[in-house]
Design a protein around this ligand. Structure first.
Ligand code: PYC
Length: 317
């Protein structure tokens, strides 16, 4: 009889402003060396079943973002990391980077101070502050196109900006919808339709990349908070956090419009009421956003991957 093949995966779960991250500490695939883009290519081609097993049901959920620690190419980096979700992979992830730093601190692998983290979208600097918050200096962010019209069935013409913050975003201010959790179904329907309309009309990011995050903005009801948002993630779930890469893209747009100055603090509230604080610095015309937030470890566990289980590799879409 063939021996039962059981894999044990050591993971640490956390949430950053409500959005969950699952860091794979041990038991993940060996992606070898090479650039993070090469390692991501290997992950996608040879181990996509592992991605699904870690984040999809029955072990995960649509909102969960996985983080696989891997070998950085830059020796100055503390680690490399590849982020993934219920349907694929992310170039960068702001809430996830905060979760990785808090997880490494929980494991006593890092101390307060600055840590360079290599991602497929580039190297980011994550500072573990003495008060336990984390500040991520993101990859350069920019607006690719302003006030782009898209025809959204059932809603008419919607105007938005196309911007990069480590992922591609379509950012909409004029929508007339109430940004509350009670309105979740409508917000999800609206943003999903926008995403489909962008794909249909061939509106894409640089190099033809798909715009897979849709972000709506409105005023926050709270004093001292600049804006509230709703962010649709690639797999159809909404970001519980204000979205680190989305807030980066937003600040790049605000700067381009002269509505945000270098060093000015911008506070972005999420749909659940959690907040990230952001600033930008501009060096030779390049915008570097920084995002500060908190994460908390929620579980340390061993996932069991039993190949006799018909759902061993997760429920895939
Ligand atoms: O915080 O950048 C982020 C993010 C992307 C997708 C979910 N969270």
């Amino acid at each position: 009889m063939r021996p039962t093949r059981i894999q044990r995966i050591h993971v640490i779960d956390s949430h950053t402003a409500g959005e969950p991250t699952r860091v794979v500490i041990r038991g993940g695939p060996d992606l070898g060396t090479g650039s993070l883009a090469e390692q991501l290519g290997r992950f996608r081609r040879e181990y996509d079943h592992f991605r699904s097993a870690i984040v999809n049901e029955p072990r995960g959920s649509d909102a969960l973002v996985g983080a696989l620690l891997c070998e950085p190419t830059e020796p100055s980096c503390t680690t490399g990391v590849i982020f993934f979700n219920n349907v694929g992979y992310l170039g960068m992830c702001g809430h996830g980077t905060i979760g990785v730093i808090v997880t490494l601190a929980y494991l006593n692998r890092i101390r307060p101070g600055a840590h360079r983290i290599e991602t497929p979208a580039g190297i980011v600097e994550a500072r573990l502050n003495e008060d336990g918050t984390v500040t991520v200096r993101n990859v350069p962010s920019y607006r690719l196109a302003a006030r782009v019209p898209v025809d959204v069935p059932g809603y008419g013409t919607v105007i938005g900006d196309v911007a990069w913050g480590g992922n591609w975003f379509f950012l909409v201010e004029e929508h007339g919808l109430e940004l509350t959790l009670e309105n979740l179904e409508r917000l999800t329907d609206f943003t999903w339709r926008i995403r489909q309309a962008l794909a249909r009309e061939g509106i894409r990011g640089a190099n033809g990349e798909e715009i897979d995050h849709i972000e709506l903005f409105g005023p926050s009801p709270r004093e001292g908070i600049d804006s509230k948002n709703f962010v649709l993630c690639p797999g159809g779930s909404y970001d519980r956090s204000p979205c680190g890469t989305g807030t980066s893209a937003r600040m790049a747009c605000l700067y381009a419009d002269g509505r945000l100055k270098e060093g000015q603090v911008y506070r972005q509230e999420s749909i659940i009421g959690s907040v990230f604080e952001g600033t930008i610095s501009v060096i030779n015309g390049t915008i570097y956003p920084s995002i500060t937030g908190s994460a908390f470890v929620t579980a340390e566990a061993e996932l069991i991957l039993d190949e006799r289980d018909p759902l061993c590799w997760g429920i895939r879409r």
